[in-house]
Design a protein around this ligand. Sequence first.
Ligand code: PEP
Ligand code: MN
Length: 285
Amino acid sequence: MQDAKLAAKSNDTHTTEIALTPKVTVGGTDLLIVGGPCSVESLEQMTAIATHLAQAPIQALRGGVYKPRTSPYAFQGLGTEGLEILDQIRRRHQIPVITEVMAISQIEEVSAHADGLQVGSRNMQNFDLLKALGAANKPVVLKRGLAATVQEFVMAAEYIMAHGNPNVILCERGIRSFDTHTRNVLDLGAVVSLKQITHLPVIVDPSHATGKRELVPALARAAIAAGADGLMVECHPDPDASVSDARQTLSLETMVELVDSLRPIAHAVGRNIPLGQLSPEPALV
Ligand code: PEP
Ligand code: MN
């Protein structure tokens, strides 16, 4: 691929494993299953999720505290208070957390409280943000832009890498199309292509890709069958009460069932879902 000096694969077997923590990595044999709400709402909510999903288990938690909402009147996220909740959860439950940075001014604060920095679709080509993330000391989960080509997506990763941060995880989350039946269209062809073009880990977000919770489990399974290195799935203790993206959010019970259903598929494609990253009994802090 033109100009992707750092992101491009040098040979067929060239892959990169990225560590969120010393124990939790993505891009190797182990899959990275990330679950959690669209938005962090409260400590109780995040505790319920971390405790319940210890059964799955998932390997990392997600939850937005700085939210890019279509309407300026919609909930914008808990900000600093939400980051403090994530920090408590990651320490108590020994699980890495991933949350979005929307602005350069948020990078330092978010890096101090999270293990992975998410760049949302709407910011995939915010080049100043990408350059600044080159200097961050945390892995970046880069989501594909709403209407970004595969080339643009790879070059956005290249920006972060060229500015000093080699730890970029690509996330396919669906692209805009003419059909409003689903929120976006999950581009599994892009996942296969990205795995062929780049050495970076590629994960799939079937929640934003579909916008409908009844479509999420099947597409999650399809993503793993297609060779994705992991998933990012929205789930909540009371999905219909989610402050954002309720319609696409799974219950915690469905999330556990989904992870169970992935095991034979992971096995069939030579991958593994690691056990026991979450401690069911919160450790004392
Ligand atoms: C999110 O992950 O909650 C989110 C806003 O995703 P995207 O940037 O893919 O729309
Ligand atoms: Mn969301």
